[in-house]
Design a protein around this ligand. Structure first.
Ligand code: FES
Length: 197
């Protein structure tokens, strides 16, 4: 996925090594013997939350981790990227996130708990390709209304940095925001938004 490093300058992409949360590690090690696991243990291993260290994720950087077999993007959005989301409001088809594709706590302009940290499933809502990061500097390629976001090369769908789909894209709805929560300042857990620490 290093070819996603499409943008010049300091924006980079980190393919994350992810930690497995809590007691799930034992189940993961037991995977070669999955046949002998109880159905509930297998389900738990397949859907286990992943813990991601974002303490070194600089503004403008994106980290990609895998959760339930899907890429999940974690982007530390800069002020410029957040402004781009506001500017894209008129061009996206569901600006208020009325479709239930995010947890209630992410039903806001930035579709996130903290404005700067985006957590979005990197799976196109058209036919499932993984869109690519395109900075605001890609206006020449993406069109003058482009304020940064993601582009799906499969059939040309465009999304802003909140994962909201541009009207007229083949993708019918916004990208999905998974359940997640922060643990302290430097960690996010994807796949678990329970209140317990
Ligand atoms: S799969 Fe993304 S536009 Fe078709």
């Amino acid at each position: 996925m290093s070819d996603q490093n499409v943008d010049k300058g300091k924006r980079g992409f980190l393919i994350g090594a992810t930690g497995v949360v809590g007691g799930i590690a034992a189940a993961a090690t037991a995977l070669p013997f999955a046949g002998s696991m109880l159905p509930s243990e297998r389900a738990k291993a397949a859907g286990a939350p992943v813990e991601v260290d974002i303490s070194k994720l600089e503004p403008g950087e994106m980290k990609i981790v895998e959760w339930r077999g899907k890429p999940v993007w974690i982007v530390n959005r800069t002020k410029e990227m957040l402004e781009g989301i506001t500017k894209s409001e008129a061009n996206v088809s569901d600006p208020k996130s009325n479709e239930p594709l995010q947890p209630e706590y992410a039903k806001n302009e930035y579709r996130s708990i903290k404005p700067e940290i985006a957590v979005i499933e990197g799976v196109c809502s058209h036919l499932g390709c993984s869109p690519q990061f395109k900075s605001v500097e890609a206006k020449g390629e993406m069109g003058m209304e482009w304020n940064g976001g993601f582009f799906c090369p499969c059939h040309g769908s465009k999304f802003d940095f909140a994962g909201r789909v541009f009207a007229g894209s083949p993708a019918p709805v916004n990208l999905r925001v998974p359940p997640y929560k922060f643990v302290g300042d430097g960690k996010v857990i994807i796949g678990d938004d329970s209140k317990e620490a």
